[in-house]
Design a binder for this molecule. Sequence first.
Ligand SMILES: NC(=O)c1ccc[n+]([C@@H]2O[C@H](COP(=O)([O-])OP(=O)(O)OC[C@H]3O[C@@H](n4cnc5c(N)ncnc54)[C@H](O)[C@@H]3O)[C@@H](O)[C@H]2O)c1
Length: 339
Amino acid sequence: MGSNDARPRILLLGEIAHAQRSWEALSELGELVQPNSKNRAEFLQECRDGKLDGVVAAYRTFASAKITGLIDEELVNVLPKSLKYLSHCGAGYDSVDVHACSARSPPIHVSNVPTAVDDATADVTMFLIIGALRNFNTGMQALREGKWIGKPAPALGHDPEGKVLGILGMGGIGRNLKKKAEAFGMKVVYHNRRPLSDELSGGAQYVTFDELLSTSDVLSLNLPLNKNTRHIIGKPEFAKMKDGVVVVNSARGPVMDEAALVEALDSGKVLSAGLDVFEEEPKVHPGLIRNPNVMLVPHMGTYTVETMAAMEEWAIANVRLGLETGKLKSPVPEQDKLK
Ligand SMILES: NC(=O)c1ccc[n+]([C@@H]2O[C@H](COP(=O)([O-])OP(=O)(O)OC[C@H]3O[C@@H](n4cnc5c(N)ncnc54)[C@H](O)[C@@H]3O)[C@@H](O)[C@H]2O)c1
C-alpha cells in the first residue's frame, strides 16, 4: 500500500457555499471526496461496492437528503466501516437516526450546529408572530393583486405588546426569541422538559405543558422533532388553547398535526398561524394555502449569508476536531455518554 492510500478520506454530502477555504484546508488532514451517485439507490450501491471505503469523516447538509435520503438504519449499516464522524450542518438532526449511529460497531459520532442558527431562526419566528397578529399576509396579497388593501379590508390586527408568548422548547432559539419578543412588549412563559436556571431562563416563567396551552396568546414551537415530540400539538391540544390563539412553528412540521391546525383555523379556534416548516415539505396542506390569515415561509429560517456561512464553518470545525483530536465541538446530546 502506498503512503497516500493510508490518508483518511473526508466525504462531502451536499455543497459548501460559503466556507470553501475552510473546507479545502481540510485537505491537510485527508483526501476530500464526493459521491458519484445521483439518488439513494445509487448511493447505497456506491457504499456497498466499497467506493467510499476509507472515509473517516462526513459532512452533510439538509439538502443532501435529495441524494442519500434519510440517514436511517438501512443507510447507516452500509456506510463505510471506517466512518467515525458525521457532521450535520444544521441544528435539527431529525434526518439522522442517531440511535442507529450509536449502535453501529464502531459507532458513528454525530454532531450538529446549535447556537449559530439562533438569531436567524428567532428573527423569522418574530416575523411570523407579527405578521400573523397583524393580518399582514391578507393586505400584502391584495396589494399584489392590484386591490390595494382589499375589499373587504382585512380584520384589524392585534399588537404584540402585553400578549403572552408561550415558548415550547426553551433551547437556543427559544431563549433568543424570548429576548426579541420582550423588546416587542410580550410577556414570555415557557415549557421545557426541565425548568431552566434563572440565568438561562432570563426570568421567564416555567409553566406545565397544559398551562402553556391554556395561557398563551401566541404559542411558538421551538423543540426538536423526535419520537416523543411528533404531533405534540394536535386536536386535543388545540382544544385546550385560548380562543383566537396565534400559533407559530419554526421548528419542524411534524411536531404539529397540520390537518388539526387547518381544522382549528377553519373553526376560528386559532386566529392565525405563522409557519416556516411543514409536515411533508415541500408539500403544503391546501387548507393553509387557501387561508389568507396564515403566514407561510418555505423553510427559510437560516437562509441568510451570515448564518449559512457561520453554520458551514461550525460544521467544518466538527470535522476538523474529530480528525485532529477525536473530540467534537458539538456532539448531539443523545451521544453524551458515547466513548
Ligand atoms: N426553521 C429553521 O430553519 C430551523 C433552523 C434551526 C433549527 N430549527 C429547528 O428548531 C429546533 C430547536 O433548535 P434549537 O437550536 O433551539 O435546539 P435546542 O436543542 O437548543 O433546544 C431545544 C429545546 O427543546 C427542549 N425540548 C425537547 N423535547 C421537549 C419536549 N418534549 N417538550 C418541551 N421541550 C422539549 C429541549 O430541552 C431544549 O431546551 C431544532 O431541533 C430544529 O429542528 C429550525
